[in-house]
Write a protein that binds this ligand. Structure first.
Ligand code: PDD
Length: 282
């Protein structure tokens, strides 16, 4: 357990950390969040994460709970107090505390909660063997570009994956296209060798890891396409992998019962993983 959490202006012992029952995050999922990875005591891609927080807040017309500079100080101070070297900083902003009424409250102040979580490196076996994903229907709303705390479909998808012994669930839209995982972005190397990830429309969260990996694609010397791909195309692909702040670049070797490629993590995936790990270590 971490020692402290930051809750609306105070660093409180983690076991005592609580928010009001009328917080609109609790009542309506009226809030947004960010997860910033910490590696060797450094926050990775902090600015892009705060840019995405700004985007999510703007889209929902929630004000920043404090200035960006002040928020950065809070993230650093909590990381320091909790002695976090490797893990994740979680921050959540809701529209605030107000008597329950769907309309925006006139006077509420945005509420801010920050917590930290230690994280061990991804087990070597997962990286070496690759993981399995299952396909589930994408039952989410039409603004998945906003990092909203409303995660019920994601929770159900991840639970279904866990019960199937899989690592992640790939959500599939009504047209048969893969949108993304429940907490990860989805990538394939097609049967003719193109690296593909879905374009960042409102159907997916534009992952910060996704964006970093896109910047690294020129290092692997393959054609790169940002476009939707179908579940069928993914099952026939040479390689598949997922990206996220916690998993980095993780090979996928099975989709439902289909073996991807030769069933082993592929060369493009391996090169991108190495390139990304080099980027975060730099
Ligand atoms: N999840 N897609 C969804 C739906 C996500 O929730 C996430 C992140 C990603 C990957 O984004 P990034 O590369 O910025 O981590 C894609 C975080 C880690 C979470 O919910 O814990």
């Amino acid at each position: 357990m971490p020692r402290f959490a930051y809750v609306n202006g105070r660093y409180v012992p983690h076991p005592d950390a609580a928010v009001h029952i009328e917080d609109r995050g609790y009542q309506f999922a009226d809030g947004v969040y960010e997860v910033v990875p910490v590696q060797n005591g450094r926050m990775i891609d902090e600015e892009p994460h705060l840019d995405r927080l700004d985007y999510s807040l703007r889209e929902l017309r929630i004000a920043w709970p404090m200035s960006r500079a002040a928020l950065k100080l809070v993230l650093r101070e909590l990381t320091r107090r909790n002695g976090l070297t490797n893990g994740l900083v979680y921050l959540q902003v809701t529209r605030g505390v107000a008597p329950r009424d769907h309309k925006f409250p006139k006077a509420a102040k945005p509420a801010l909660v920050v917590t930290t979580k230690r994280m061990n490196p991804t087990p070597a076996a997962l990286v070496e063997r690759g993981v399995r994903v299952i396909a589930v229907p994408d039952i989410r709303w039409k603004r998945c570009d906003i990092k909203s705390v409303s995660l019920l479909p994601n929770v159900l998808g991840k639970q279904k994956a866990a019960e199937a012994g899989a690592f992640e669930a790939w959500q599939v839209d009504a047209e048969g296209f893969v949108t993304e995982g429940t907490s990860t972005n989805a990538w394939i190397v097609t049967s003719d060798g193109a690296l593909v990830t879905r374009n960042a429309d409102a159907a997916i969260l534009n992952g910060i890891t996704r964006q970093a990996v896109i910047r690294l694609t020129n290092e692997v010397g393959v054609a790169f396409e940002e476009r939707p791909f179908s579940l069928a195309e993914a099952k026939a692909a040479r390689e598949a992998f997922l990206t996220s702040s916690s998993g980095h670049v993780l090979p996928i070797t099975r989709i439902d019962d289909a073996v991807v490629g030769d069933g082993k993590p592929g060369p493009v995936t391996k090169r991108l993983r190495a390139a990304y790990l080099g980027y975060v270590a730099a």
